[in-house]
Write a protein of this length. Sequence first.
Length: 564
Amino acid sequence: AMRRYWFGRKSDRAAKGEPELPSSARFAEVLEWYRDILRGYHHTQLLSVLKFYLCCYNKIPFLVHSDNPPISVLDIVPPADLHAPQPARSGGGGQPSKRSDGTASESHSTNPADSNSASAMRLARSNVLYEFAGVLMILLRGGLLSPTELGEELWEYMYTYPRVDPDPVISKLESEALECYKAVINSHTAIIIGGSGEDQDQKMQEAIDALSEYRDIPTCLLQAALDAGDVTLAKHVVRRLQLSRPALLSTVRQGLTDELAWLLCTNVDPRSRRHKARLALHPLRHYFEPGPPEGPLLEEGSDALWLIEMLGSQLCHDAACLAICWQRAGDALAAKGCRSERLDSLVARVLLPALSCAAGSNGANPWLATIAWESYLKGRPVEDRYHIYALWDQVGRSDPTDLSQFPLQLVHAKVRKDTKSLLKRIVKDAQQSEDKLARYSPYAWTKLALMNPLPCAEYVVHNLTERSNSNLIGPYIDVTGRSGDMTCDTVGYEILCEATNPRLTRAVGFLNKESAVIEGWIQNLSEFAGRFYRKHSHIDMRGLLKVIRVCLRPPNPRTSSDEE
């Protein structure tokens, strides 16, 4: 029952004709039965049981042989005999360890070329993994073993017996997911002629699901530490075992998000909530308006800050938790003695990318976009806001090195593609047009730019200066007429970036020397900026006006050259 509750999946059980998950009362009964058995052991005996599992797991290699394929993710599942009910034994918690030891030694000593030895090795490795995770969860949740004591002995023992080579299964899954991500981004950015017709998005989702289904001893350790509410122990696991971050986020993302919600919404001691039903009393289930925290939650070295940076853009999967992070960032900014530069970096690297990815996974969320603007961005000076936007844009354009950086780049690529296809059909006075697509284009553009304003505003401003077509100014003003506050602010940032772009200011210049007229790009940009600010008079113009003032200042004849 413990194994079925903790690791089983309903689809697999239904396909095999096995019984359904036990009820919560049955789970509590089985858990208490295990606790009664394990209470009779000394803590050193319990630690030796866990050490045995670790030693057994590290000594069983993955089978890689020419006659037998490597173990895939489909093999890392509970064997069929684990679901069969077994009678209770009086030997306590040490009996399963002996059975696993015997299976492991027999499978390791047999010929690897034999197909039966491959099944035995898979069975032994799965047995060790699920037995270890179940016993570890019981010890931590039952209070039979303190996390401090566990950290003193168990992690040192694991560090003594590391695997020589990285896990081949997880390396293969990561490389497949990485290739699928690159293929999807290329399909949205490049023009592919004569494609295969294969759905790249579906292929990418299957690769990510395969990575999420994989379980390993380190992920079981981290999940158990989070279930016990000990973030310090979770930090130690990540630091000492050097977990792969994409694999870590795909397997324990929900545990990290739940722990972050407990830290941001409640003041409950982590040790006192082990015996509570955490899902029933989850703070996000009763979320209305969280009160201000008693202490600084986002200070340097805090548990909440570590969890936010570990999750990164994966915060997009929980909109309520992401909204609380924005509110807590605003509270920390208002607190005395807080460094705004560190918070600005956190917002640009984590919270804004998570906001962009939230639109890609769940659609536009006006409530979340309003909280992001009102709680933090609105109160920052215009120079700081533009600096945040620059960092946000840099994160979306940087060449990703792992799977944790790909989601933002993928979302921005899709938004640029959708914006380009949308603005092909815009016309002046779209509300009076008979074309339904052109009539509803302002609403569609506002929805696209609500949580991803940078790629939308960049395409509009860049298209004005690149084509030098004044006929686009009126339709672009109409299509941006329903923009929100953050979208209008990013349009001002893009106007400033385009006005100071060396591609235009140095290569083209402001004045056409042959005809003695102002260049077309600066005319279009200035007219669009004037009409845009006239339509949205509530936005801040100080950033643009400061740059214009510096550009219009006459050069000093003593220090300037003839060209200046």
